[in-house]
Design a protein around this ligand. Sequence first.
Ligand code: GRF
Length: 185
Amino acid sequence: VKAAVFASGTGSNFQAIIEAESMACEIAVLVCDQPGATVIEKAEAYGVPVFSFRAKDFSSKEHYEQEIVSWLKKDGVEWIFLAGYMRICGPTLLRAFKERIVNIHPSLLPDFPGKDAIGQAFKAKADITGVTVHYIDEGIDTGPIIAQQEVPVMPGDSEETLKKRIQAVEHQLYPATINELILTK
Ligand code: GRF
């Protein structure tokens, strides 16, 4: 089974997926909307083909999404895993990959959706936050939840130490959930 990862940042989740043992899918392409992002170097180091683009080079979201969809379909990609892709998926992508686009978010949704979820939880003095893997719909972090894992906020935590603990959970939970999805759907 072929899958694509969409990421625009450092790519620690991309790396965790690539390095996870006995994955049920092959990561056939990285899609990235930030041509300077660190995740691109990681993909190159692992020999994963990269499709990078700048949204401003296209006249609309529909146009760049059409381009992405034709790339992925040509490659036989069946699943899309978002890992720090900072764009909202539009109808073109959602229709082409119905119930096949999944995201990871660093909070227990529906708490702390949107940007800087870790900072939001920290500032709200939450005792417990966590990680959510969910399907994508047209909203921001609103699609059906697939898996969640709690992460405690410890006394003396800084935003940085909390982030480290959350990311360690992400790096286990995302590959495991991806495998389960592919083997059962
Ligand atoms: C992760 O925290 C993920 O939950 C969120 O974006 C971040 C990506 O980090 N959607 P990285 O680029 O995988 O390190």
